[in-house]
Ligand binder design. Sequence first.
Ligand code: ADP
Length: 347
Amino acid sequence: MLTEASILEALKSVKYPGYSRDIVSFGLVKHAAAANGGVSVVIELTSPNAEMAAQIKAECERALRALPGVSTVHVDVKAAAGAAPRSAFAQQHQIPGITRVVAVASGKGGVGKSTCSVNLACALAQLGVRVGLLDCDIYGPSIPLMMGVHGRPGVTDTPQGERLLPLENHGVKLMSMGFLLDGDQPVIWRGPMIMKTIQQFVNQVAWGELDMLLVDLPPGTGDAQLSLCQTVPLDGGVIVTTPQEASLGVVRKGIAMFRKVNVPILGIVENMSYFTAPGGERIEIFGHGGGAAEAARQNVTFLGEIPIFTEIREGGDEGLPVTVSNAKGAPAQCFAKIAAILREKLL
Ligand code: ADP
């Protein structure tokens, strides 16, 4: 039987790096719980050392997985107050001039991932955050359209070689595969080619100084997305889902993808949560609350829900995101709230 006591007993095998004492005796374990084979632990460190946090997390996970009857383990290691620490990978591969890099992922296409990326980027810009948006959706890059940006990026010479100059609109610097592909030509990508192209693409943009770069991942949680998460020095990941996708367990795959590459999960956004009919009746087209429920189950933050609003779709089609055209309106405020949480968590 898994109990708090048996979890703590297992965690006593984890030494604080550099000390002979364990993390339990140091009083770092703030929460330990078990239910249905799932174990959840929260550890609070007194230093902001990301490498140490990663090491403790890995050792705790190993110790807990070894317990009989454990099927899933979630270890949340919180660093000392202040901005969240960067992962060791993010520290080593930091893109010069960029403070934070955040990936936006979804289980499949059509759930509104790009819509969320675009509106969150614009909402962040309105909060005074210097923001960039990197559209890695090679299959159907829709972000240039949604941002109302057309044209080919220029090229600039830098000490590191030639770099692409991002285009800009609504206060957001933007680079998209769409700028580099030819019009309506369908693109047929082979696996290795995808990765090579995206890697070059990611590393060859002259962003200048940015507080936050949002990376719109291609839809899905397969190998291509996973390698992208390893290529880009990510500080966190956001998962966009519809309520029904969440209830189908798709979100779990997204969470697993980020966890596999040690990218902190900033939270889940439930898009298309419900629709309010002209008569005021609330219609939950895809069910409602799946995102929040899954976030609670997986012990990650629920960032918020975004109902279906005609203005959101229209804004996308017109290249004028609703966060820009009507920043005070209800649809824009949903995004603004999430943007504020992201800023709070990362900057
Ligand atoms: P994805 O990037 O996940 O493939 P998109 O962002 O392209 O999805 O969204 C798919 C379609 O749904 C677009 O036409 C978009 O305008 C629309 N859409 C997305 N979210 C909403 C919403 N909350 N309300 C209304 N329309 C939405």
